[in-house]
Design a protein around this ligand. Structure first.
Ligand SMILES: Nc1ncnc2c1ncn2[C@@H]1O[C@H](COP(=O)(O)OP(=O)(O)OP(=O)(O)O)[C@@H](O)[C@H]1O
Ligand SMILES: [Mg+2]
Length: 493
């Protein structure tokens, strides 16, 4: 009796000494139909819900080193948000890590490298405003501010393209009809008027292979903002500059759509705009990320921004974000930046540097007045293990198998935990897909014989013809060890 009394007294003392304050339960708790469940606080185990009705604004920033769980947090969040509110989301996917998940979640994936987005499209904007926007995108990307003469030339050429051809019938030029103008026309005007330098600045967006923004649009952004979950995959665009131009242009359109929707009284989120690793466009105070952050609350547009490097995030963005998730951060410089922006104790700062995957320090600014804003710890973002599909490419065919089932099969043939982890990481590196020969090489390394590997591949559903192909490639790899151009002979498996 006495011992337990002492123990609990000891515990109580420890709690007071050690555990930092957590927000009041009423602020964190919400009904599952009104808020997105995130996980539990570390000390009082209070369930944490993200409820836009209680928060000062609906924007979210997530920061942490690679592998700390940023994208996982976004995915968990969007999955639950769409169950509750049926919301729309546009993910600007810089590195191509959302594609599989979005497909599995029943969303749409748009590979921008296979599309065209004419940056001269007006999407309902007055011409004058669109010209301003294009020039401002070029300010960010082509550093036009440092070329004031060329900047003027380009602006003039844009005006000429939109208004210029006076002979054209007025009807035609006001609607976005067949003879749509593109950046190519702007370059032509510049060249014809001997504005060579200005033309050159633009040409990198019109040359073959980099003309994603200089053709007739194949996608309808407005429709995409109301199509449920949409991933705009930018990673196959050839350069960071192209990805940024795409990102900026899409955000400009989103901003216009947002303003056109008008101010909303309720707090039901219309659209989540997700920027994962969008460093360049989050850094620049001319980018529309800032406008969306500033005005989004009125229109119920929510920005979710994730980054490895918090200093990439412009101060204005930081100071206008209602919810910040700090996952593991190692670099002191980054931690100091975050700490100066949202403020928390040395204890929390220290914890952040030691976090495991998914652990988070969360800062929420509630609309209800509080004595002070509080950053609290969560043990782990309580995510839903997604139903992951692994794909193995065997010759001409790709077999798909659910991860859990695949892992069970590998257990059955005797792989240990360490070996399974290696295989999982191979799949993760390939975004869920690996080549058959690569898989065979790993199994061989683990000491499996050829016949047992063959029988495993058969079990997975790879047919005989493709088994031959896989093993030919294995043989070729072994023979060449990196030397290319070996003639592939047909052989028996
Ligand atoms: N809260 C969590 N619970 C369980 N597993 C998690 C959690 N967060 C992340 N993971 C797992 O950790 C791995 C890395 O997570 P994730 O891809 O989200 O990292 P990231 O921060 O986006 O990294 P990068 O900056 O490289 O994109 C993934 O395999 C993911 O499934
Ligand atoms: Mg990520």
């Amino acid at each position: 009796m006495k011992a337990s009394y002492m123990l609990s007294k000891e515990m109580a003392r420890k709690m007071i000494l050690v555990h930092p304050p957590e927000p009041r339960k009423e602020l964190l708790l919400s009904s599952p139909s009104q808020g997105v469940y995130i996980g539990k606080t570390r000390f009082l185990r209070t369930p944490v819900f993200w409820d836009p009705n209680k928060l000062i604004n609906p924007h979210i920033a997530i920061m942490g080193i690679t592998g700390s769980g940023k994208s996982y947090t976004v995915k968990t969040f969007l999955t639950r948000a769409s169950l509750i509110w049926n919301t729309n989301a546009i993910i600007l996917d810089w590195v191509g890590e959302y594609e599989n998940w979005v497909k599995q979640a029943g969303g749409r994936v748009i590979n921008l490298a296979k599309e065209r987005l004419n940056i001269l499209d007006l999407v309902g904007l007055p011409k004058r405003s669109r010209i301003k926007q294009i020039v401002s995108a070029l300010d960010v990307l082509a550093d036009l501010k440092n070329y004031p003469n060329e900047r003027d030339d380009i602006e003039e050429a844009l005006e000429q393209v939109y208004y210029g051809a006076k002979k054209e019938s007025k009807k035609d030029s006001s609607t976005e009809s067949k003879a749509k103008k593109t950046l190519v026309d702007v370059v032509t005007i510049l060249e014809n008027s001997k504005k060579k330098k200005a033309a050159r600045l633009l040409k990198r967006f019109t040359a073959e292979g980099t003309d994603f923004f200089a053709g007739t649009s194949t996608m309808n952004i407005k429709e995409l903002t109301t199509s449920g979950l949409v991933c705009i995959d930018l990673h196959e665009l050839p350069s960071e500059e192209m990805r940024s131009l795409a990102g900026l242009t899409i955000l400009q359109y989103v901003k216009e759509l947002m303003r056109a929707e008008g101010v909303k009284k309720d707090k039901q989120i219309r659209l989540f705009v997700v920027l994962d690793e969008a460093w360049k466009i989050a850094q620049d105070d001319r980018s529309d990320v800032i406008t969306i952050v500033r005005e989004g609350r009125k229109y119920n547009f929510s920005l979710i921004i994730a980054t490895q490097n918090p200093t990439d995030m412009h101060k204005t963005i930081f100071s206008n974000i209602g919810t910040v998730f700090v996952l593991r951060l190692i670099l002191k410089e980054f931690r100091d930046y975050v700490r100066n922006s949202i403020g928390y104790s040395t204890f929390i700062d220290d914890e952040i540097s030691r976090f495991g995957v998914g652990d988070a320090a969360v800062n929420m600014i509630f609309s209800e007045r509080q004595s002070r804003v509080m950053t609290f710890l969560m043990d782990k973002i309580d995510g839903e293990e997604p139903l992951l599909i692994y794909k193995i490419k065997g010759g001409d065919m790709i077999v798909e198998i659910e991860r859990e089932q695949f892992v069970r099969m590998l257990y059955e043939i005797g792989l240990n935990e360490g070996q399974l982890a290696m295989i999982k990481s191979e799949f993760e590196r390939g975004d869920g897909l690996i080549d058959g020969e690569q898989f065979v090489a790993v199994l061989e390394k683990f000491g499996y014989s050829k016949p047992s590997i063959i029988s495993f591949l058969r079990q997975l559903g790879i047919d005989e013809k493709n088994l031959i192909k896989v093993f030919s490639l294995v043989r070729m790899r072994k023979a060449t060890k990196g030397v290319v151009n070996v003639i592939l002979e047909d052989g028996n498996v």
